[in-house]
Design a protein around this ligand. Structure first.
Ligand SMILES: *Cc1c(COP(=O)(O)O)cnc(C)c1O
Length: 453
């Protein structure tokens, strides 16, 4: 057994395969979304190390939750300090400085409507959106929620019930949910990209005209729905329409917020002012932490209506404050732009090459370090679903980690701290993986145990 490079240690006792098999025996399936037998024992920056010491280049960053890199020294220090003093384990019945400071800092960084504003501090994107959902109904007295087909706002309860992806997969929808197609320029629901924005906004308008919609929930880039970058003017159009109809606009920045797109928040690209913003994933740098920022009128009442004992705990809050300190000067957002452009150029060069898998790349898209590679049948442009499952499996075999979204899109969301050399390596690994999948180096049997989405 070799020691894990980058960490100086390997985990003795069991092989990678044995750890993974043991997981299957003891850890519940309801929390699994697996695509290959990934097991890692340590991480630093963009490198994860398996128990046996094999290194993997992480191009997902745990779906962006570790989006500043694993074991970032500033986060390690902040968390170590907070857990060493452990001011309290709960914010429910008493305050502590880390929570107050984190909320103050978020209010300073995240603009929304409202003169009196508040911050809800939670555990996950799921409870943040659940709280936002109840807040908008409470504030407007209206029941309706407008969201988008293939949207993702959470994996349990209320936020799951307004997530188009889950509803399409059989989750019970919220009784007052209205779903509108998200404007996907590569696969426009109108059949014509030229009319896509206008017709999508017309659909939204029809629903808002009824007067019973409390809020529109929207992802500025629809991530799990396929890394879809909407046409320019989409968020501005939603802002204008919601304001005119007395509905609120909730922008879900859980995945692409906090520097990833090259902007502090993804919706800053359009300069819109939302009513509520939800944050999560990288906010805790791998620890459970989420937030909703918005008007006090929506987030203050009813009191004691969103209770989970350890929300707002000082350890997670300290991690969040460290993350905001790292993001504050904008250099990580700038790095996301530069490294994102490098990654995208590399993938586009691959797609234009005569390598075996190149013709299967239908589209390379995204913004900053939120990128997607859509794999298609070269003849028909139909989604190449099986090929995508085999490609991410091949990637794992070659030494990289990325996951598929919407069945045929490889989502690439590495840490914002990924280096230039690591991006070059990422392009090599991804190109090699698509080639390997096309050439039949991964079989149906290899991927069969991994049900994925
Ligand atoms: C991941 C995600 C969520 C849910 O966050 P969890 O931390 O998984 O609960 C909500 N919205 C978006 C856009 C996400 O990507």
């Amino acid at each position: 057994m070799t020691p894990a490079a980058g960490t100086g240690r390997a985990t003795p006792g069991r092989s990678d395969e044995q750890w993974y098999a043991a997981d299957g025996q003891v850890v519940a399936g309801v929390e699994k979304l697996r695509f290959f037998p990934q097991v890692t024992a340590a991480g630093r920056g963009s490198i994860l190390t398996t128990p046996e010491g094999r290194e993997l280049l992480d191009l997902s960053a745990s779906w962006t939750a570790t989006g500043l890199g694993h074991a970032h020294p500033a986060v390690v220090q902040a968390v170590t300090d907070a857990v060493s003093t452990q001011a309290t384990g709960s914010i429910l019945s008493g305050s502590h400085p880390e929570a107050v400071l984190l909320a103050e800092e978020l209010l300073g960084l995240v603009a929304t409507t409202g003169t009196e504003r508040r911050v809800y501090l939670g555990h996950a994107g799921t409870d943040a959106n659940d709280v936002a959902l109840r807040a908008v109904r409470h504030a407007t007295g209206r029941p309706g929620i407008l969201a988008f087909e293939r949207g993702y706002h959470g994996g349990l309860g209320g936020s799951m019930a307004v997530s188009g992806l889950h509803v399409a997969a059989g989750a019970v929808p919220d009784p007052h949910l209205r779903l509108v197609p998200y404007p996907d320029p590569y696969r426009p629901w109108t059949g014509d990209p030229a009319t896509l924005l206008e017709q999508t906004l017309a659909r939204v308008e029809e629903h808002l005209a009824g007067g019973d919609v409390a809020a529109v929930f929207v992802e500025p880039i629809q991530s799990d729905g396929g890394v879809i970058v909407p046409p320019d003017g989409f968020l501005a159009g939603l802002r204008e329409a919601t304001a005119r109809h007395g509905a609120l606009l909730v922008i879900d920045e859980v995945k692409v917020g906090l520097g990833r797109t090259g902007h502090f928040l993804a919706h800053h690209a359009e300069g819109v002012l939302p009513d509520l913003v939800t944050l999560g994933k990288v906010l805790g740098s791998g620890l459970p932490l989420s937030a909703v920022v918005g008007p006090a009128a929506a987030l203050d009442e009813p009191s004691a209506s969103a209770l989970m004992t350890t929300i707002g705990n000082p350890v997670s809050c300290a991690a969040g404050r460290a993350v905001l300190r790292l993001l504050r000067d904008g250099s990580l957002a700038k790095a996301a732009q530069v490294r994102g452009a490098q990654l995208r150029a590399g993938l586009e060069a691959y797609a234009a090459s005569d390598r075996p898998g190149a013709a299967h790349v239908g589209d390379v898209r995204g913004r900053g370090l939120a990128l997607g590679v859509e794999l298609v049948d070269p003849g028909t442009r139909e989604p190449a679903t099986g090929l995508t499952a085999r490609a991410v499996y091949a990637l794992w075999r070659l030494g990289g980690i990325a996951y598929p979204v919407r069945d045929n899109v490889i989502e690439i969301t590495p840490a914002l701290t990924i280096s230039e050399a690591e991006v070059d390596h990422a392009v090599e690994l991804l190109s090699g993986a698509i080639d390997a999948a096309v050439s039949g180096e991964v079989s149906e049997e290899d991927v069969a145990p991994f049900s994925g989405w």
